[in-house]
Ligand binder design. Sequence first.
Ligand code: B12
Ligand code: SF4
Length: 484
Amino acid sequence: MKVKFILPALTEATSPLFRPVKYSLFPPLGLATLAGYLKDDDQASIHDEHVERLCLDDASNSGERPDVVVIQAYITSAQRAYEIADHYREGGTYVCLGGLHVTSLPDEAAAHADSIFLGPGEDTWPQFLEDYRQGHPRPRYTSTVRTLDGLPKIRRDLIRRHLYLVPNSIVVSRGCPHHCDFCYKDAFFTGGRGYYTQTVDDALAEIERLPGRHLYFLDDHLFGNRRFAATLFDGMQGMGRLWQAAATVNTILQPGLLEKAAAAGLRSLFIGFETLDTTNLADHAKTQNLDRDYTTAIRRVRDAGVMINGSFVFGMDQDDTSVFERTVEWGVSQGLETSTYHILTPYPSTGLYQRMQREGRLLHSRWNEYDTRHTVFQPARMTPDELEQGYWQSYRQFYTWRNLFTAAATKPTWTGRGRHLTYAAGWKKFEGLWNAVIRLKQISQMRPMLEQVLSGLGRIQPNSGETIEQPLSTQLPIVAEQET
Ligand code: B12
Ligand code: SF4
């Protein structure tokens, strides 16, 4: 059987003029996971339209049409996913559609597929393969059994590593224990467990298989199960890894876990602060952030030698046009290395979407604009245009040289300030350079630089904020020695 796995891209990612670096960060891990279920004599290929042109004329390219095409659809790429699906169905190829958007709106997707898949694929996909081989595949598969035990090996061999800055992306859990009303999570995991982990041994074995030093955990909340996370971090000590991940404010405040993560190589953490307004937090069921001291959380992370990417959402009901400047200034004063801003976006099937629908506030359903950069609902205290303008202005303001220097100056040492400036400016001040490197297919050449910045340019010693300068070649063993 010949199976072609496709991750379609939204328009911006295929622009001939400019491709933001974020589309060349991570390979299609979900599809590589599904490919692991094929038999040895099946033929499989993975095509990521974010990093290469997608050839739809298989007959003239390789001489053979695929038997099955698997397409993963996010909301922003749904339109493109349907175009590709229609093309293959016209040619007689069996089309499977799955992923977040298909789960949110199955009836919309079903019009473009032979089989659709709701929820994670670890139970439904092997069932489909069996049904397909026996000649009676079903039109709809809904995931109910949620476990990561005994997964086949992820087919990382099908990933063209040199096209990504971070080929070593990894997920060792699925979902999240929380229930924020704007998040994709509750809708996607409906009908089964909404948060579950691999065994620590399996997670460590997967890490061992990854070459190089740098890892990026894409788990929604790597710290969500304290026992799992603590055992994982203990097991990672001495592996000499440098890694990045996401966590919530409440888990950072818990004593011990963050320190274990830093000792195991954590160097940058994505933290969902979302809003500085308590009513907003309560409105959106972000209860894990309520009554938490953000400043103490930030200090703890900084003292552990870990950089922060703060995530903020604009357009909640308490936000007026003053929210942008206030949020940017707060982030700068707290010394956040990077900030990621989003316009509040009601994804179909989420609690937020249902509320906006009830209140008659949805402006349209052009899914490709549900990208957290467009306003797709009527905000309470500003116009849709003011929200978009404020969003873009916040990015410009946070990343002015003046603000980068001010935020970097909060770090206690010169090396800390240097790392802050290099990391923050590297992402946002050299976009032309990233674009050129991506076009020349040389992005993997930038990885050693990323590793060097993450490792602290010298050595940030956890818990002291002090820096011990080390030549890069000697850093790794010394890190391992000091930390175990
Ligand atoms: C990595 C990532 C990215 C990466 C790369 C994506 C990639 N290469 O896969 C980048 C940086 C490019 C990216 C960009 C964006 N992203 Co993004 N991203 C993620 C993230 C953090 C992890 C995805 C992942 O690898 N998960 C782990 C793998 C194992 O799971 P999976 O991919 O979901 O695959 C499983 C199932 O979905 C299912 N499945 C999927 N397809 C199919 C097909 C079949 C046939 C079957 C059987 C099963 C199946 O089976 C797989 C195994 O269980 C998710 C959050 C999340 N937890 O999913 C957000 C997320 C997917 N992103 C999101 C958004 C909004 C965006 C952006 C619009 C952000 C922006 N403003 O630019 C862009 C646009 C993306 C696009 N092209 O349209 C939203 C999507 C919302 C939605 N309803 O679609 C998410 C959920 C974040 C969030 N919490 O809001 N993203
Ligand atoms: S904490 Fe993050 S991943 Fe978990 S439900 Fe809230 S937004 Fe989603």
